[in-house]
Design a binder for this molecule. Structure first.
Ligand code: COA
Length: 257
């Protein structure tokens, strides 16, 4: 796995240079997170596709400013995709990242042949108390992420590196990300997504419940659904093999090299 930088944006890549014969899965993390979320996908799918996971501006190792609107992150991603000249890009995002993926598929329809939405929804209202908690007691917020973000069946050792990374985030960045989620609502536009979309949900997700994924799958024409048991919101960390298998099957079904 390579650690690289393109302008302000730090990213990890399963291989470099990118193989022009393969599609490029662009992994996008959620609120207050980093590319650490996607290590198992970047590594595990690297023979199947170019795998690139970004730290959004202001997150992880990236410079630049974090944003408070999904549209602004989508614009940053589009610039990044152009800058690395990603062959056949497929946005794949979790939670806020899934909102960014939807925004790209809606506003830049001619640039993408497919998309992947994980633990997300077409509207992402946020508990109002979360904003106060982030501003006033960040460790309590991270403790809540631990409690609500994972299945009870997920081992502490699996969660620990991710939670430690969470604690390093700046509260203002996490708060701005949740504001972006709270403003996001593309429910009325979903039917205009015309490319194949894989919707991945997890049975024990308390932050974006499976009914959000059902709604996406019902309203995006030609979408496919993968529902993963014994995992929570952070299913790419909790059940990496199941997530990777679902993505690989989706690529096969779409006839991607
Ligand atoms: N897809 C499908 N249905 C959705 C939806 C989505 N993306 N978002 C909301 N809905 C549904 C709700 O389930 C609810 O349905 P119901 O009336 O049958 O129960 C209805 O639409 C209205 O929901 P909402 O607009 O979210 O308002 P609310 O007042 O019911 O709830 C919260 C607001 C914040 C309490 C709620 O969204 C919540 O608990 N969110 C999860 C916790 C959180 O903060 N997650 C972080 C997300 S990034």
């Amino acid at each position: 796995m390579e650690k690289r930088q393109q302008g302000d944006v730090a990213f990890i890549s399963g291989q470099w240079p990118l193989d022009r014969e393969k599609p490029t899965i662009l992994f996008i993390h959620g609120a207050g997170e980093s590319s650490l979320l996607w290590h198992a996908q970047v590594d595990g799918l690297k023979e199947r596709a170019n795998t690139v996971a970004v730290d959004l501006p202001g997150h992880g190792r990236s410079h630049g400013s974090a944003k408070q609107r999904v549209e602004d992150y989508a614009a940053d991603l589009l610039d990044f995709i152009c800058a690395i000249d990603a062959p056949n890009p497929i946005p794949c995002g979790l939670s806020m990242g899934g909102a960014i993926a939807q925004q790209l598929l809606l506003d830049q329809a001619d640039r993408f042949r497919a998309g992947i939405i994980v633990s997300s929804g077409a509207r992402l209202r946020v508990l109002p108390s979360l904003f106060d908690m982030i501003a006033q007691d960040f460790p309590a917020y991270v403790e809540m992420v631990d409690r609500l973000g994972f299945s009870e069946k997920t081992a502490a050792a699996v969660k620990q590196p991710f939670l430690e990374e969470h604690l390093k985030a700046r509260p203002a960045v996490a708060g701005g990300d949740f504001k972006a989620c709270d403003r996001f609502d593309v429910i009325a536009r979903l039917a205009s997504i015309r490319v194949p979309v894989l919707v991945i949900s997890a049975a024990d997700d308390k932050l974006t419940p499976p009914k959000y994924a059902e709604f996406l799958a019902q309203h995006i024409p030609g979408s496919r659904r993968a529902h993963i048991p014994e995992a929570g919101h952070f299913v790419p960390i909790e059940k990496p093999q199941a997530v990777n298998a679902a993505i690989a099957e989706f690529l096969d079904a779409q006839g991607f090299a």
